[in-house]
Design a protein around this ligand. Structure first.
Ligand code: APR
Length: 232
């Protein structure tokens, strides 16, 4: 089976009703990144940050995976699919993808603000975190999210997987945020890249096939192409 590595961003969840970050009306137009997505913001106002992520968690309970997520899970019948996502939602998992790596953390987890290895899974009946909710050593729980300025612990593993790609698929990311955006530099020369996005995205690679569509339609088109090219 060929290895298909898929790098996804906020755009794949847009049709499920989760807003992207940098499109018009996106999250970073409504909120100040420095206040809700940096460690300094957390130190300044833990309540505000906790509320922001509680809202994101509540929204996650109300949405469903779309065909973008589902189609990628279905591709596993013919390919070995590795999803590397910048998203903190769990829609890839809920759609049935068996390998999902979260580069920027997960909304459904929290961790100790002091001991980063103390990570806890939230359950749908207790998604809300409060100031005063602490780890087993008595320290406040913070979102298990990689904020701006923080290291991306999974990046080495993500690079290793990307290097083994026979096919790279990039869906719904503006490729503005590093190191995630630099993953595309680690594929072998000649490895084909399929880019699904309704808008122009600048990607500095040769052999890029642009599918200028929303994720759900784009994944259908991609599936047809991959089956024709590699399976039939
Ligand atoms: N289908 C596919 N792509 C879409 C759709 C859709 N229905 N709607 C919008 N897009 C595209 C946009 O055109 C854009 O290229 O999704 C991309 C979203 O880009 P960003 O908002 O910048 O999101 P992303 O690239 O995931 O951001 C990276 O930045 O804020 C941080 O940590 C956060 O993980 C996030 C990272």
């Amino acid at each position: 089976m060929k290895n298909v590595v898929v790098l996804t961003g906020a755009g794949i969840s847009a049709e499920s009703g989760i807003s992207t970050f940098r499109d018009t009306g996106g999250l970073w137009e409504q909120y100040d990144i420095r206040e809700v997505a940096t460690y300094e913001g957390w130190l300044k106002n833990k309540e505000l940050v906790t509320d922001f992520y509680n809202q994101r968690r509540k929204q996650l309970l109300e949405v469903e995976p779309n065909y973008g997520h589902i189609g990628l899970a279905e591709l596993e019948k013919q390919f070995k699919v590795f999803v590397i996502t910048q998203n903190v939602d769990n829609l890839h998992e809920r759609a049935g993808s068996s390998f999902v790596m979260h580069l920027h953390g997960e909304l459904t987890k929290v961790r100790s603000e002091k001991y980063e290895q103390l990570i806890y899974e939230l359950t749908p009946d207790k998604y809300e975190v409060k100031i005063g909710d602490v780890c087993e050593k008595g320290y406040q729980l913070r979102p298990h999210i990689v904020w701006f300025g923080e290291a991306v612990p999974m990046i080495e593993q993500a690079i290793e997987i990307t290097q083994k790609a026979d096919i790279l698929v990039v869906i719904g990311t503006s490729l503005n945020v590093y190191p995630a955006a630099a993953l595309v530099d680690f594929i072998n020369q000649g490895t084909p890249v399929y880019l699904i996005d309704p808008n122009e995205v600048s990607i500095n690679r040769k052999n890029v096939h642009v599918i200028k569509k929303n994720a759900s339609e784009g994944v259908k088109i991609l599936t047809d192409i991959l089956l024709k090219e590699y399976i039939q």
